[in-house]
Design a protein around this ligand. Sequence first.
Ligand code: IMP
Ligand code: MG
Length: 175
Amino acid sequence: MAERVEVLLTEEEVDKRIQEIGDQISKDYAGKQVHLVCVLKGGSFFMCELAKRISVPVSLDFMSVSSYGGDTKSSGVVKIVKDLDEPLGGKHVLVVEDIVDSGRTLSYLLEMLKDRGPADVKLCTLLDKPERRVVDVKVDYTGFQIPDEFVVGYGLDYDQRYRNLPYIGVVKFDE
Ligand code: IMP
Ligand code: MG
């Protein structure tokens, strides 16, 4: 089955919105250090762009969980593939994700991180598909709410491809 990608959000739109979120985070965390936790691999492009636009002190860590195979449907299985390097005790943790879809990955992850004694844990996602939510998740910072379509680019993949697109596109499948 052939596929093509149609632009949903341009590079300029995404960059402008990341700047706005960075400004908001800098205000909200004034006087504090924010500890960004990137959920690999999808969150990595967003996290780097966001971190550059935050003006309070920033530290970073990475973790990897799996919930999707080479398909567009959630398996519902959440597994830690790579854990954080640093403990979270006393830190102002901000989880940075590419997209919240069913919410299964994030609800599991947030509970796990809260058990590690951080000062607080918040969630920042570039994209949100609210129509698809199965598990309730509180999102503190959202880039864009998007319709229920499979998107790629800016870190998001289809079967590991398209992560490097500098914009958000919708994958269309031609019969
Ligand atoms: P959730 O647990 O269903 O919220 O799934 C979240 C994860 O599924 C995201 O971090 C992505 O890795 C993946 N995902 C969900 N929707 C899409 C999409 O439209 N394109 C690419 N990956 C997606
Ligand atoms: Mg992800």
